[in-house]
Design a protein around this ligand. Structure first.
Ligand code: HEC
Ligand code: HEC
Ligand code: HEC
Ligand code: HEC
Ligand code: HEC
Ligand code: HEC
Length: 359
């Protein structure tokens, strides 16, 4: 027992001396901070952010606005023609397309006619086509602040047919479409060669002078079956401004708000691959051939007068259809460029059908 307590005592002494050896005093206060290190090299400047108004000033600057004004002042749109704008601009059935007020009123009401005649019609202004932006979010595409924001409703089918045309074409097609005149759109599709199935009662029968948008989209021709199919040419998917408002014309008197086609820019792609002059020659040959057939033919039926307006009288569907096709092509005014394949088919198949029927 004594041995054991002596041993424990020894352990206690060893343990105590060990703990004394490992014991430390409380931590002293923190010493003063050392001197700062040398400043590192500056980092690279980040790219400057865009000035918020720069996007707006791509269009809203004097140079662009004045250029548009100067160009526009020279155009048939931007000048007053008493014979056309003065007369048609004030009539309530014509004003929709022939005066500033008529366009503004009908795009607002959705009617084809204005409520009243317009005593002092104005020719088109900047504010005819332009009004307010829909959105100023440039990521949604370019917004040219067009007044008319709807789709094209074709008046020749009493607006039953509707097409959403590309870009700003719905604005142009609001006016540049064939409007129905007496007897339209009623060329019956049946018994095409029965004479006297349709009455033409006015020299104004047929489409109006403004068939461009319909032709460009391959619509509303009287499609007589024949050797050529009714197809659309390459640019029918483009908007009117692709050809009529090029932004960097080679000839400064064309493009932009002159609405004049700059042929020089076509050659960037065309060169000699699609020869435009050849296309025009072919087109004029077909148009002239149909014109002659409608005036002088083996049946002695005089279907067009000296001004190339329809003569009044009873007509077969084939006759009325061929007259209609002739006028659609005569009035589109681009020698078929608006839709080469479609106009060629209308003209060629009309000529062939008339000849086959003994004209
Ligand atoms: C792609 C060209 C374009 C761009 C970009 C553009 N605008 Fe316009 N803006 C027009 C046109 C064209 C008009 C109609 C003509 C006019 O009234 O000046 C118009 C009209 C306006 C109008 C109505 C003016 C009036 O008198 O009725 C306002 C407001 C306007 N823009 C503000 C802006 C702002 C703000 C921006 C930038 C966030 C902008 N626009 C960017 C082309 C543009
Ligand atoms: C759907 C729109 C529209 C309506 C409605 C309309 N016109 Fe036109 N009219 C036009 C367009 C567009 C032109 C120009 C066509 C061109 O230059 O190729 C035009 C051209 C004319 C011309 C000039 C023809 C020439 O050879 O220079 C006369 C005249 C005319 N229209 C009279 C009228 C009369 C009268 C009415 C009403 C009874 C009327 N228009 C209704 C769109 C329309
Ligand atoms: C016949 C309709 C029409 C009239 C009238 C018109 N514009 Fe335009 N304007 C357009 C169309 C369509 C565009 C878009 C062109 C495109 O798609 O490239 C446009 C584009 C613009 C732009 C954008 C920049 C550019 O040049 O592409 C400005 C600015 C402009 N118009 C100002 C005017 C001014 C100012 C007037 C009056 C002097 C005017 N517009 C009259 C149809 C019109
Ligand atoms: C408000 C109806 C209207 C709108 C919108 C309109 N036009 Fe016209 N355009 C006419 C009329 C009517 C004429 C015949 C001249 C006149 O009386 O102003 C014409 C004439 C033209 C001519 C000249 C034809 C010639 O005989 O020299 C061209 C080209 C033309 N328009 C293209 C366009 C394009 C492209 C657009 C769209 C950017 C457009 N127009 C929008 C009504 C319109
Ligand atoms: C592929 C190119 C192209 C496209 C797209 C195009 N045009 Fe034309 N347009 C022409 C050419 C070419 C002419 C002939 C005039 C010229 O060469 O100066 C013309 C002529 C016209 C004329 C004048 C007719 C006349 O009686 O003097 C009008 C109006 C017209 N186009 C309106 C339009 C409208 C509206 C659109 C859109 C629906 C359109 N064009 C689309 C190329 C085009
Ligand atoms: C971005 C290139 C490009 C530009 C710019 C261009 N074209 Fe074209 N065009 C083409 C292509 C590609 C075809 C299809 C050729 C084919 O069918 O073999 C074509 C086809 C055509 C056709 C139809 C030919 C046919 O027999 O069906 C006509 C007409 C035409 N272009 C006229 C024009 C006019 C007018 C201009 C200038 C206002 C123009 N093009 C600008 C590329 C272009």
């Amino acid at each position: 027992m004594k041995k054991l307590s002596k041993l424990m005592m020894l352990f206690a002494i060893v343990f105590a001396s060990l703990s004394i050896m490992s014991c430390e005093g409380p931590e002293g206060p923190e010493g003063p901070a050392g001197p700062n290190g040398a400043t590192g090299a500056n980092g690279k400047d980040g790219a400057n952010g865009k000035d918020g108004s720069l996007y707006c000033t791509t269009c809203h600057n004097n140079t662009t606005m004045n250029a548009a004004k100067n160009q526009f002042a020279t155009t048939p749109h931007g000048t007053f023609d008493p014979a056309v704008d003065g007369y048609a601009g004030g009539r309530n059935t014509c004003a929709r397309c022939h005066s500033h007020q008529g366009f503004v009123e009908t795009t607002f009401t959705g009617n084809d006619t204005t409520f009243n005649a317009i005593p002092k019609p104005m020719h088109m202004q900047c504010e005819t086509c332009h009004d307010m932006h829909t959105s100023l979010d440039s990521s949604e595409g370019t917004d040219y602040a067009m007044r008319y924001k709807g789709v094209t409703e074709w008046t020749i089918t009493n607006r039953v047919t509707k097409t959403d045309l590309p870009g700003s074409s719905n604005t142009c097609a609001y006016c540049h479409q064939p409007r129905p005149r007496p007897g339209l759109p009623i060329i019956p599709a049946s018994s095409p060669t029965t004479l006297d199935s349709l009455s033409i009662t006015s020299a104004h029968w047929g489409p109006h002078y403004s068939s461009q948008a319909a032709i460009q989209n391959g619509l509303f021709g009287y499609e007589i079956a024949g050797t050529l199919p009714y197809e659309n040419s390459k640019h029918s998917d483009k908007d009117c401004s692709f050809c009529h408002m090029v932004k960097s014309p080679k000839d400064a008197t064309k493009g932009g708000h002159t609405f004049v086609v700059d042929r020089g820019t076509c050659d960037d792609c065309h060169g000699t691959a699609v020869n435009l002059a050849t296309l025009e020659t072919e087109y004029h040959a077909l148009l002239t051939e149909l014109e002659h057939l409608l005036i002088t033919n083996a049946k002695g039926r005089v279907l067009l007068d000296a001004d190339l307006h329809p003569t009044v009288g009873k007509r077969s569907n084939l006759e009325a259809g061929a007259i209609f096709n002739f006028l659609m092509c005569e009035y589109e005014g681009s020698a078929g460029v608006h839709n080469t394949k479609y106009v060629k088919a209308l003209l060629k198949n009309s000529i062939d059908a008339l000849k086959a029927a003994g004209y």
